[in-house]
Design a protein around this ligand. Structure first.
Ligand code: 2IP
Ligand code: CA
Ligand code: CA
Length: 375
């Protein structure tokens, strides 16, 4: 089972390499953006986009993990389909071919005939990643792969990935926008219970070397299964101040912001990227991430949710928590689609969410929000 974690970590490192390689040549990158339409589109955005990197990463993760664990292949799902059309109308069904040369030839059709770029990308796709992570290697867990399902968000915060800004200044350690918010998210859940059990978050653009202008990435993982918890991170120490801090989407409703004001005062931050906002809680930069709308999806929350659980926190379904204030804690689940809806909506976190590290913070947030009209 720790073998699965190692496979996910290696796949996430390869994904981060692909994300960086695709962004290497601005002119070429601009060609590799496709607008999403119909049932694939996130209704939150007037225009929703995917890039060739999104499509390749999802296929590569599926391929690499499926090669090592063939029994998992049918249970690996993600945000994207495997087709991509570039701005010139070139179309490809992305797959990892049996040789690097074949993969390069396949990709060349959407890279405007740029053989060098196709070769570099194919090389990155076929590269063997030798990842050393002693803590992950030491881990011994007995979770049957037959009960696992996997959610991939190949790139979260695609809009920031496309904008490509590397010069945004952080506020209290937190980036309101910029490449730092683009993340690769790979989460594992239990197909029986729907609980998140393992998560990997890879941040391809963590730090930019001022000399070479090369980006270095960073990853985090967590496992939480039947009372056993392990993580690459230590649980952050509780903040010294009494006021809670929250991170919100810039599209969060005024009602929610007003309701949280007495609790958080000035400690209310905004950041792009659902995954990045979860990461801010995981790293202890804020106490919670509150989102009252229905435009995050299972692939956004599964990986961070598993890491939060491994650190003693969790992700509550906001609407159910408010409508059953005395019930058990209703956490998000990952195994069942919503009935009667089509496309990406089937996998929406429909009731909104609160990501937290301590149940005390969650309680305070829910009591501040109760009585306010949500959804
Ligand atoms: C998006 C992305 C957006 C987020 C939205 C997600 O995923 O994380 O940034 O909105 O909810 O679905 P916001 O930044 O307002 O939280 P993707 O980039 O994968 O489409
Ligand atoms: Ca996403
Ligand atoms: Ca995405």
């Amino acid at each position: 089972m720790a073998g699965v974690l190692r496979a996910l970590l290696s796949a996430s490192e390869k994904a981060a390499n692909i994300a960086r390689v695709c962004r290497q040549e601005e002119a070429l990158f601009q060609l590799l953006i496709q607008e999403k339409t119909g049932a694939d589109k996130n209704k939150k955005f007037i225009q929703d986009f995917k890039t060739l990197a999104d499509v390749i990463i999802q296929e590569v993760v599926r391929h690499d993990v499926g090669k090592q664990f063939p029994e998992l292949l049918h249970a690996i799902h993600g945000e994207e389909s495997n087709t991509f059309e570039n701005k010139l109308g070139g179309r490809v069904e992305v797959q990892v071919c049996s040789t690097e040369t074949d993969t390069a030839a396949l990709l060349c059709s959407v890279l405007d005939g740029n053989k060098e770029a196709a070769g570099l990308l194919a090389q990155t796709i076929h590269q063997e990643i030798e990842l050393r992570d002693p803590a992950a290697e030491r881990l011994e867990l007995a979770i049957p792969t037959s009960s696992m399902g996997i959610w991939i968000d190949p790139i979260d915060s695609t809009s920031q990935y496309i904008k490509g800004r590397g010069d945004v200044e952080p506020e209290k350690g937190l980036y309101p926008s910029g490449l730092q918010s683009a993340l690769v998210l790979i989460g594992v859940y239990d197909r029986g219970s729907g609980e998140p059990i393992m998560g990997v978050i890879n941040q391809p653009f963590n730090q930019c070397d001022p000399g070479s202008l090369r980006w270095q990435g960073q990853y985090h993982w967590g496992v939480s299964y039947q009372g056993l918890s392990a993580s690459s991170l230590a649980r952050p120490a509780p903040p010294p101040h009494k006021e809670l801090s929250v991170v919100l989407s810039s599209s969060e409703t005024e009602t929610v912001k007003q309701a949280l004001m007495p609790l958080c005062g000035r400690r209310m931050y905004h950041a792009s990227g659902a995954g990045y906002k979860f990461l801010c809680v995981i790293l202890g930069l804020v106490d919670a991430y509150v989102f009252s709308e229905n435009t995050t999806f299972k692939w956004d929350s599964c990986a961070p949710h598993a890491i939060l659980c491994s650190l003693g926190g969790g992700v509550a379904d906001l609407a159910s928590s408010l409508s059953h204030p005395h019930g058990g804690l209703p956490e998000l689940q990952y195994h069942q689609p919503r009935y009667g809806v089509q496309g990406v909506e089937r996998w929406a976190n429909h009731g909104g969410l609160v990501a937290f590290l301590s149940e005390q913070s969650l309680k305070e947030i829910l009591s501040a929000l109760s009585g306010n009209v949500l959804q």
